[in-house]
Design a protein around this ligand. Structure first.
Ligand SMILES: *Cc1c(COP(=O)(O)O)cnc(C)c1O
Length: 464
């Protein structure tokens, strides 16, 4: 029941028409369209009405406040919502912050493909229709040693597509120890159900043997699948059937073997003492019929799902109707092609930001840290500033056990609460994402570019 006070408050709200004549809104009406400002005004008024109706003790909002809300709502729409942030977390493939950063060359390729017409699906030599995969397929074959390759929207899409094409209405054998969930609720078991393939779990959580696969094979088995458990690690009393042995079982029963590699590295990080990720080349060499992996994890390219393997199977996958629905656009292909070419030209560690940050040596980290420290020294009256040792993470669900030694700038403001400091750093303009550990705000220099240091200084200047 609404009281007299409610009605009074409702009546005191201005009408849309009178709001739209207010001098405060004339600038906006000129800048945007009249209809937009009118719609925003109606929305703000409706929100105010609802607030009054729902309040136990209603309070009318003044016209000045309402005008401010309209202006605020308009600015929220009019300024870019997706904007860059400075990643001070030290998590290299931060899924929430956009995973892999592209190289300059990949960016130029994106820009070129976006601003111009291109030979996306046009064979320039023959003057007739071509295929969009031609731009990356040869590169992928060369780099991985596979017979054929194709690309879809992301690795989750690749998994669904492969399962549907290879095993719809049939059985797929997977080890219980590999039924993983990846961030963003990607579950192997559920993806399997979605694709129409029937999951046959074998082994136990910690151990799966060759004979577990052998015993589960029936005339209805279509595929042996291995999932690289990239985001968690089992230690202790464990056994997994290695890919080459799974390939032998597959050959014996004429069943194709598919490995979902997850991250999919082309550049062997093991050789640099970083993690134990198998490379795509190794999976192909071990005889996998199909391998899929992400483009924007350790590969360091755009969001894509890359499928490589036997030509006959890839041809089938390309023809699946789902492949059309999951296809990548020209900007993605342009970025992927440029990224793959870095590997071909042996310049991947220097040019691809993900690899550059992963391989950053201690001397560079120390130099970066002292450079940032020197810039921020001016604020040592307002905050305690120190360079400390810490660890960066790979992120993106890759190499959970790898800790990369790094240098951090630790900031402890003298008078400002640490949580308020952190949130002020986070808010635009120049959003800086750091973390709080033991009452100190930490910035990892590994994931921050030197060119961003002045922005950090300016931000701290405005916050402290
Ligand atoms: C990350 C991951 C996926 C999903 O890949 P997206 O490219 O994020 O869709 C699938 N399988 C494994 C093993 C993964 O690590």
């Amino acid at each position: 029941m609404l009281s007299d006070k409610h009605y009074q408050a409702l009546r005191s709200l201005p009408a849309v028409n009178s709001l739209l004549q207010a001098p405060e809104l004339q600038g906006l009406i000129k800048e945007a369209r009249f209809e937009l400002i009118s719609r925003i005004s109606s929305k703000v008024l409706a929100e105010e009405r609802q607030k009054i109706t729902e309040a136990a003790v209603p309070q009318a909002t003044t016209t000045t406040e309402i005008l401010a809300k309209i202006t605020d709502k308009y600015h929220k729409l009019a300024v870019p919502h997706l904007h860059s942030v400075i990643n001070g977390t030290g998590v290299i493939l931060h899924t929430n912050l956009g995973r892999a950063k592209l190289s300059t060359e990949a960016l130029e390729a994106v820009q070129n493909s976006a601003l111009n017409y291109s030979n996306l699906e046009y064979n320039i030599i023959e003057g007739k229709r071509g295929t969009r995969f031609a731009h990356v397929e040869e590169l992928l074959i060369e780099l991985t040693g596979a017979e054929a390759a194709t690309v879809v929207n992301n690795n989750a899409a690749a998994v669904i597509l492969i399962l549907q094409e290879m095993a719809q209405g049939k059985e797929v054998i997977v080890s219980r120890g590999q039924l993983v969930e990846i961030g963003g609720s990607f579950r192997v078991s559920e993806i399997m159900a979605q694709s129409g393939a029937q999951l046959v779990e074998v082994g136990t959580t910690n151990k799966t043997h060759e004979f577990d696969y052998e015993r589960a094979i029936t005339p209805n088995t279509a595929l042996l699948m291995k999932v690289h458990t990239s985001n968690y690690k089992m230690v202790g009393f464990t056994k997994e059937v290695p890919l080459d042995e799974l390939v032998q079982i597959g050959a014996l029963h004429q069943l194709p073997v598919y490995e979902d590699l997850g991250s999919g590295v082309l550049y062997d990080l093991k050789k640099h003492g970083i993690g134990e990720e198998p490379t795509v080349q190794e999976a192909i060499k071990a005889g996998a019929d199909l391998v899929s992996f992400s483009g924007d994890k350790l590969l360091g390219g755009p969001q894509t799902g890359i499928i490589v393997g036997k030509k006959q199977l890839i041809e089938r996958i390309k023809k699946n109707q789902l492949a059309r629905a999951l296809r990548v656009d020209k900007m993605t292909l342009a970025a992927l092609e440029a990224t793959l070419r870095h590997y071909l030209l042996n310049e991947a560690p220097a040019k691809i930001p993900t690899l550059r940050m992963l391989l950053m040596n201690s001397q560079t980290l120390e130099e970066k840290a002292s450079k940032l420290y020197d810039l921020l020294k001016d604020y040592d009256q307002q905050a305690e500033l120190r360079i400390i040792d810490g660890f960066s993470e790979v992120g993106g669900g890759s190499m959970p056990d790898v800790q990369l030694p790094t240098k951090l700038i630790a900031i402890k403001p003298h008078s400002l609460d640490i949580n308020r400091f952190e949130s002020a750093m986070r808010l635009p303009p120049s959003s800086i994402i750091g973390r709080i550990v033991a009452d100190k705000y930490l910035l990892d220099v590994r994931t921050i570019e030197v060119e961003q240091f002045t922005l950090i200084k300016e931000k701290i200047d405005s916050v402290l």
